[in-house]
Design a binder for this molecule. Structure first.
Ligand code: 5AD
Ligand code: SF4
Length: 486
C-alpha cells in the first residue's frame, strides 16, 4: 500500500475534480470525439501515433489536451483507437477506488494487445494514480514504460527519449506545478467552441476523505498574464465559452497586471474583456472561499453563466466536522442565500458523499433535508470510498456497503427528481444555446444552455459554433428538446 504524505507547500514551491457521472461522460465524449488538440506545430506526415485515454475530471481532460500539445512538435499525432498506436497514455484518476482499479484492468488489455499485435508500442501512465502509486504501477503492470504525475507532463519528450534509449523505467512524479505552468505554451488548438482552461491546481483543504491534496499537491495559481494569453489563443481559434478550472478555483490568488494579488472575481472580469469570449464558467469552488467580490461578480458579470457548482458533501454538522470541511450547514445555507440575492436566476449543482465513517441515519437525513431546503438543478453523488493514506481510511465506524447503497439510492431519487423538475421548469422558455455540433438524429443539432444542460433541436449545420435562441418544448432528467426561435 502506498502511504500518502501531505506535500510541504514551501518546499515544493507549488501547489479532481469530478470523477462524477457527468464529468466522466464529458471526458469520454472528448476522447472518443477525439477532443485532443495537437498544438500549433503540426506533426509530420509520417507522424507517430499517440492514443490518450482520459479518466476522471475536467482537469484530466485539460491535461490530456496539453499532453497532445507537448507531443505534437516531436512528431506524435493523436488517434482515437489504441490499435496501431506507437504510444498509449492512460491519464488516470485516483479519487475513488473504482476509478483507480479501472486503470489496472485497462493495463491488462493493453498488455495482451501489445504482446499479440503491437510489440513496439510504448505505454505511459499519467495523472493521479501515477502520482499516488508511482513505482507500484511498474511492479503490478510491467507493460508500463513510463509513469508521470500531473505536474510533469511537460517533460514527456525527454521521458520518451529515455525510454527509447532503453535506460530502464522512467518515473517522474516531481511536484513543481509552477515549473509546469511556466514551461507549457499558452497556445492552444481546441477542437470545439467550449474549452477548459486551468487557472489553479492543487488543494490545501485536506478533506479527510480526499486524495487530491496528495496527488495534485498544494494550491498554486497561474498568473493572470498566462491565463489571459491562453484565453486569447482560444478565442482566436473560435472558442466562445471558457470554463476556468481547478480543484479549488475560488481560492485563486495570483499576480495581476498591476502587480497586486488578484482574486477569482477580478480574473473573471478580466477574461470577460476578451473579444469573442461570450460565456464564462468556473469550477470547482469550496464554500469556505466564496468571497464577497466573487458573489458581486456572479451578479454583475453577464458573460458568467448562471450556474454554480458548490459542493457541500453532507448536511450534518457532525459529519462536516469529521470531513474537515471547516464550515457548518448554516454557513452554506447563508452563503447560498447571498448568492441567490446577487443572481436570482442562478442554478446550483453539488457533490454529495453518503456513508462517511460515523454517518448515522439521522446524519444522512440531514443531507436529505439540506437537498430539500437548498434545491439543486444538477448533482453528483457518491458512496464514500476508502482511500488509503487519507485520514478517513483509519476512522472507526465505517458504514457497511449495503447501508451506503441504500442511502445513495434514497439521495439520488430526491436529487434526480429535483433535476427533472428544474429541467421541466424550462419548458416554454427561450434560452441561448451554444451549438457544439450535430446530434445523433439526422438534422438535429446539439448544444448547451446556460445551465449546462444538453439541448437538442433541428437546425442548419451552419449554426454550429453560434449562440442561438431555442424555445424548450420537452425536458427529461438529463437533456432538453426545443425549437429554434424565429
Ligand atoms: N469517496 C467518495 N467520493 C469522493 N469524492 C472525493 N473523494 C471521495 C471519496 N473518497 C467526491 C467528492 C468530491 C468529488 C470530486 O468526488 O464529492 O467533491
Ligand atoms: Fe478534495 Fe476537499 Fe480539496 Fe475538494 S476541497 S479537492 S474534496 S480536499
Amino acid at each position: 500500500m502506498t502511504v500518502l504524505l501531505p506535500r510541504d507547500k514551501t518546499a515544493s514551491r507549488d501547489g479532481a475534480r469530478k470523477a462524477a457521472p457527468k464529468a466522466a461522460a464529458q471526458a469520454s465524449r472528448n476522447i472518443d470525439a477525439p477532443h485532443i488538440a495537437t498544438g500549433d506545430i503540426k506533426p509530420a506526415k509520417d507522424a507517430k501515433k499517440v492514443f490518450i485515454k482520459t479518466y476522471g475530471c475536467q482537469m484530466n481532460v485539460y491535461d490530456s489536451e496539453r499532453m497532445a500539445d507537448v507531443l505534437a512538435p516531436i512528431g506524435y499525432a493523436p488517434v482515437d483507437v489504441p490499435d496501431h498506436a506507437d504510444l498509449v497514455i492512460l491519464n488516470t484518476c485516483h479519487i475513488r477506488e473504482k476509478a483507480a482499479e479501472k486503470v489496472y484492468s485497462e493495463l491488462g488489455r493493453i498488455r495482451r494487445h501489445k504482446t499479440d499485435n503491437n510489440p513496439n508500442m510504448k505505454v505511459a501512465v499519467a495523472g493521479c494514480v501515477a502520482q499516488a502509486e508511482g513505482e507500484e504501477i511498474m511492479r503490478r503492470a510491467p507493460v508500463v514504460d513510463m509513469v508521470l504525475g500531473p505536474q510533469t507532463y511537460h517533460k514527456l519528450p525527454e521521458m520518451i527519449a529515455k525510454v527509447h534509449r532503453g535506460t530502464g523505467e522512467v518515473l517522474e512524479t516531481e511536484f513543481d506545478t509552477l515549473e509546469k505552468f511556466d514551461e507549457l505554451s499558452t497556445h492552444r488548438n481546441p477542437k470545439g467552441f467550449s474549452a477548459f482552461l486551468t487557472i489553479q491546481e492543487g488543494c490545501d483543504k485536506f478533506c479527510t476523505f480526499c486524495v487530491v491534496p496528495y496527488t495534485r499537491g498544494a494550491e498554486v495559481s497561474r498568473s493572470v498574464a498566462q491565463i489571459t494569453a491562453e484565453a486569447r489563443s482560444l478565442a482566436a481559434k473560435g472558442v466562445r465559452e471558457i470554463t476556468l478550472i481547478g480543484q479549488n478555483v475560488n481560492a485563486y490568488a495570483a499576480e495581476g497586471p498591476d502587480g497586486s494579488q488578484w482574486s477569482l472575481g477580478q480574473l473573471i472580469e478580466h477574461v470577460a474583456l476578451i473579444g469573442g469570449i461570450d460565456r464564462i464558467r468556473f469550477t470547482t469552488s469550496h464554500p469556505r472561499d466564496m468571497d464577497d467580490e466573487l458573489i458581486r461578480v456572479i451578479g454583475a458579470q453577464s458573460k458568467l453563466m448562471p450556474y454554480l457548482h458548490l459542493p457541500i458533501q453532507a448536511g450534518s454538522d457532525k459529519i462536516l466536522r469529521a470531513m474537515n470541511r471547516d464550515h457548518s450547514y448554516e454557513h452554506y445555507k447563508n452563503l447560498i442565500a447571498k448568492i441567490r440575492a446577487s443572481r436570482p436566476d442562478i442554478a446550483l449543482s453539488g457533490d454529495f458523499i453518503v456513508g462517511f465513517p460515523g454517518e448515522t441515519e439521522a446524519d444522512f437525513e440531514a443531507t436529505l433535508k439540506c437537498v430539500e431546503e437548498i434545491g439543486y438543478a444538477s448533482s453528483f453523488s457518491f458512496k464514500y470510498s476508502v482511500r488509503p493514506g487519507t485520514p478517513g481510511a483509519s476512522l472507526p465506524r465505517q458504514v457497511p456497503e449495503d447501508v451506503k447503497s441504500d442511502r445513495l439510492k434514497r439521495l439520488q431519487d430526491l436529487l434526480y427528481a429535483q433535476q427533472t423538475a428544474f429541467n421541466k421548469s424550462l419548458i416554454g422558455r427561450t434560452l441561448p444555446i451554444l451549438v457544439e455540433g450535430t446530434a445523433r438524429e439526422p438534422g438535429q443539432l446539439f448544444g448547451r444552455n446556460p445551465y449546462l444542460t444538453g439541448t437538442h433541436f433541428f437546425g442548419d449545420e451552419a449554426l454550429i459554433g453560434q449562440i442561438v435562441n431555442v424555445t424548450i418544448t420537452e425536458a427529461g432528467v438529463n437533456s432538453l428538446i426545443g425549437d429554434l426561435a424565429p
